[in-house]
Design a protein around this ligand. Structure first.
Ligand SMILES: Cc1cc2nc3c(=O)[nH]c(=O)nc-3n(C[C@H](O)[C@H](O)[C@H](O)COP(=O)(O)OP(=O)(O)OC[C@H]3O[C@@H](n4cnc5c(N)ncnc54)[C@H](O)[C@@H]3O)c2cc1C
Length: 316
């Protein structure tokens, strides 16, 4: 007989870690946290720059933490250490390097399938975030430059000339974070920033004024070419410029196909339909964290959602 977990959690970001830890604290230990990366919190590891400040009340969204996790302001590193400590303390069973491909339900039991294994569970929480599938530009990126055209900060080193593409807070934070050690240009297709929080906008403008960061606003990219180990960027205003790296921060999309495969109903905009307790149309199948949001979420919001799901589920 194959083991049946009480709870399987898919995705080891703040929402998934929160759900696992809160479940364990309630005394339910027969749980598994499945993560496609080689460790928990891939969004924090890959998309936050080293030493990035991590705000609890991110972008001014003030959140009172409701559960047992005492997350506070810190840095990328202190946040990862804190989540390490929580997972260790509660001895959470994890399956890393395991991308879940589907979740099927039969007679009240779920079968969660990764490319190498299948797990059975009574309750499944999907916490896969939105950053796993970053938006990509419509034009083709030549394979020869794929190593120096990125969608996160994974491969950045010091002293590079970097074009950051995007007009949202992620693009702003990439550009600001990189500007101390690199020659950074921020490209946004609109002539002005319209989606930035006050702090990011102020820092960007200050950096630009002091020459720490260049802007290329009101022009779009039409194509990229390789040029002597660099990227030649062709802009819609006819200008060209060469950079040692291009980083796109043009948002991420809800992994619609995955949710559809799990038989989760979506609304007309492609967002999952959930009740007040984050349960989907499939009984005992919950979604949690950024994947529930239409605009950016936060770590604290994800932790609160996971706490609500667990208290609702086990109070039933
Ligand atoms: C640049 C940047 C800066 C930010 N700064 C802050 C900040 O200062 N403070 C703050 O509160 N928030 C910040 N945020 C937002 C915060 O990171 C998110 O709100 C939070 O990470 C959401 O948590 P999550 O668990 O829902 O999703 P994620 O953190 O995205 O985690 C999802 C996890 O699921 C895994 N996964 C995906 N698909 C599968 C699959 N099929 N099978 C198995 N695993 C899968 C992923 O690898 C990932 O580890 C920032 C975001 C960005 C991009």
């Amino acid at each position: 007989m194959q083991k049946i977990y009480d709870v399987v959690i898919i995705g080891g970001g703040p929402a998934g870690v929160g759900a696992a830890v809160e479940t364990s604290i309630l005394g339910i230990k027969n749980i598994l946290l499945i993560e496609k990366g080689d460790n928990h919190s891939q969004t924090i590891r890959k998309f936050y720059k080293d030493n990035k400040r991590v705000d609890k009340d991110y972008k001014g969204q003030v959140v009172n933490l409701e559960g047992h996790i005492d997350f506070m302001d810190g840095s990328k590193e202190s946040t990862l250490d804190y989540f390490d400590k929580l997972l260790d303390q509660e001895a959470i069973d994890t399956a890393f390097n395991s991308e879940v491909e589907s979740v099927e339900s039969a007679e009240g039991i779920f079968r969660v399938t990764t490319f190498k294994a299948g797990y059975l569970a009574k309750i499944v929480i999907i916490a896969i975030g939105r950053m796993g599938r970053p938006n990509k530009p419509e034009y083709k990126i030549p394979p020869s430059i794929s190593d120096i055209v990125n969608f996160n900060l994974d491969k950045c080193t010091q002293g590079e000339s970097i074009l950051v593409v995007g007009g949202g807070n992620s693009a702003a934070e990439y550009a600001i974070g990189l500007a101390n050690e690199n020659k950074v240009t921020l490209n946004y297709r609109k002539a002005e920033f319209t989606r930035l929080n006050e702090l990011n906008e102020r820092i960007l403008l200050d950096f630009n004024k002091s020459g720490k960061l260049a802007f290329r606003l009101g022009t779009d990219i039409v194509s990229l070419e390789g040029e002597g180990g660099n990227v030649k960027v062709n802009f819609s205003d006819g200008e060209t410029a060469t950079f040692s790296r291009v980083i796109y921060a043009i948002g991420g999309t809800t992994p619609v196909e995955f949710l559809k495969k799990c038989n989760i109903e979506l609304n007309d905009n492609g967002y999952p339909i959930i009740n007040d307790n984050y349960e989907t149309n499939v009984k005992n199948l919950y979604i949690c964290g950024d994947i529930t949001t239409t605009h950016g979420g936060s770590i604290a919001l994800a932790l609160n959602q996971s706490y609500q799901i667990i208290t609702h589920t086990f109070a039933k």
